[in-house]
Design a protein. Structure first.
Ligand code: ADP
Ligand code: MG
Ligand code: ZN
Length: 514
């Protein structure tokens, strides 16, 4: 039944192999009516765009939507009336063909074992591509974060490293490791790393198409083939997500959808030029009035001009809060170590009970937030090793990871404080300013921007308290071994050259009796 997926044909399965579809809604455990609003027209459009889907699948509802894809839950009708839940990932028709093929090749080559999502079939009609994967029902990370036992967290991290070890073996750098791309079925203890939409190859990658992407990107001297997607344009319709999660989703400005690769290249070029000519990086999405100059540079407060700036969407792959320091400082030779950093950020959330841990909308803010945990001197020192110089207006000491996590987790109640417009309040901590530049470059060509230092946790402030959770009884959190924090420290190693690998993480004493 399972065939090698291919992308070039219209049909991968023959229609006559399958009995006609029949509607049996009683099999559906979940009420998708809420999620279906607005999605039903999308479903109709998908059936129209790729008509052969209707021969095989009954699409039940949308379960995920990002800038570059929509994911649906569907029931596949198999021989003998057998049914199987599948996830249909419909890529936006303007995706670059090499990008699509590379994503598929990652799933085919590395997927299907060791907690890496596999692929069943692929359908294509014209420029519409639908990737069919086994469906893994999964939790919303935020919903379960504060009820997880320490043992569950240990298992979660072990299984994440298993997946990362596998893809890194194939020379795949995922580049977008975060909870929504690592599906977790708590009851069944099943895990799956998904979403190779931003993956890149190491120089010796076994994924041929990632080599193509690599060389094309190098030729361009731009990140033209890296899918640029809105970090916050993502919506998640997790089956198990609660209403509170929808409320807590921060409303952010969507980056205008860039509809084709040529336009993307143009956009990237324009941005580069403006950065050079102005000496300041001005993001296209910023609504900061250009004629007003701000007066808060090097002061420990943020002026009204800067406060009125719209949140910026980083023009590069990944999610700022999960990006490694070498990604944030645009170090060109990025390795699989960047995924290990992201895994460290997930671990930090799990140990501290806070998610998202870093909520940054741009790279410099993200870097400043890293400094608040790992120390400014340490960050500056590490960046030097890969040829980047960071100027920072304040000296911030590194924090002890155990003390930090216990303090955050230990508070009786955790608050997510929202202001009226759904934005999480920034704390009124002193502003921190930083500059990054290549050591070889004169400082004048650097990007300069004001940074607001946001404490990782939200404090009790005016506003709406949308979630409170009692401290879990005894889930093993009273005796977290030192090994946990030692592993966390090795994952959040600011220097990618010495950061722990997935293979070594699995052998870390933290996992000794797994
Ligand atoms: P995108 O590139 O748009 O982020 P993803 O591949 O990450 O697309 O999928 C988006 C969301 O869809 C995931 O966060 C997850 O909730 C859901 N999803 C994706 N693949 C599956 C799957 N195989 N089973 C269940 N849900 C899935
Ligand atoms: Mg994703
Ligand atoms: Zn200012």
């Amino acid at each position: 039944m399972v065939r090698t997926p291919r992308c070039e044909g219209t049909f991968v399965m023959d229609a006559d192999e399958h009995p006609p579809l029949h509607c049996d809604d009683s099999r559906m455990k979940y009420d998708h009516s809420k999620k279906l609003s607005g999605a039903s027209t999308d479903i109709e459009q998908l059936y129209q765009a790729v008509p052969q889907l209707a021969n095989v699948f009954r699409i039940k509802g949308k379960i995920g939507e990002g800038t570059f894809s929509s994911v649906y839950l569907a029931i596949a009708q198999l021989r003998g009336g057998h049914e199987e839940k599948v996830a249909l990932k419909h890529l936006i028709p303007t995706s670059h063909p090499v990008r699509i093929a590379a994503e598929l090749q990652c799933l085919i080559t590395a997927g299907g074992q060791d907690n890496v999502m596999g692929v069943r079939y692929c359908f294509r009609k014209n420029d519409h591509v639908v990737i069919v994967m086994p469906y893994l029902e999964h939790e919303s990370f935020l919903d379960i974060l504060n009820s997880l036992s320490f043992e569950e967290v240990r298992d979660y991290m072990f299984n994440l490293f298993k997946a990362l070890k596998r893809i890194h073996y194939f020379g795949i750098v995922h580049r977008d490791v975060k909870p929504s791309n690592f599906l977790y079925n708590r009851q069944m203890k099943r895990y799956a790393l998904v979403d190779f939409g931003l993956a890149q190859g190491t120089p010796d990658t076994k994924i041929e198409l990632l080599k193509v992407i690599q060389s094309e990107a190098q030729q361009e001297g731009l990140e033209s083939l890296h899918v640029q997607r809105s970090v916050f344009g993502e919506r998640n319709f997790n089956v198990r997500s609660s209403a509170s999660q929808d409320n807590s989703t921060v409303k952010l400005i969507k980056q205008p959808r860039v509809t084709d690769i040529a336009a993307r290249k143009l956009l990237a070029k324009k941005k580069t030029t403006s950065a050079v000519t102005n000496g300041l990086v001005k993001k296209a999405a910023s609504s900061c009035p250009t004629n007003v100059t701000c007066d808060c540079y090097a002061k420990d407060r943020v002026c009204s001009v800067c406060l009125s700036r719209r949140q910026q969407v980083a023009p590069r792959a990944g999610t700022p809060g999960f990006r490694a320091p070498e990604v944030l400082t645009k170090f060109p030779n990025q390795t699989t170590a960047i995924d290990m950093w992201s895994a460290g950020i997930i671990f930090l959330s799990l140990l501290s009970g806070r998610y998202p841990f870093y909520k940054a909308s741009d790279d410099l803010t993200a870097l400043a937030q890293i400094m608040t945990i790992r120390g400014s001197r340490e960050t500056i020192q590490a960046a030097k090793t890969f040829g980047k110089s960071i100027l920072c207006s304040k000296d911030i000491p590194a924090q002890d990871l155990r003390t930090l996590c216990e303090r955050l987790r230990g508070s009786k109640t955790s608050f997510d404080v929202l202001t009226g417009d759904g934005q999480i309040n920034l704390s009124q901590e002193p502003a921190l300013q930083a500059e990054i530049f290549n050591i070889s470059e004169p400082a004048l060509q650097t990007s300069k921007k004001h940074l607001q230092y946001q404490k990782p946790s939200c404090h009790e402030r005016d506003g709406l308290v949308i979630r409170t959770s009692e401290k879990p009884a005894n889930l093993g959190w009273d005796k977290v071994p030192d090994e946990a924090y030692d592993l966390l420290d090795k994952l959040l190693d600011l220097n990618p050259a010495t950061r722990i690998t997935a293979k070594d993480a699995l052998l870390h004493p933290f996992f000794k009796n797994i």
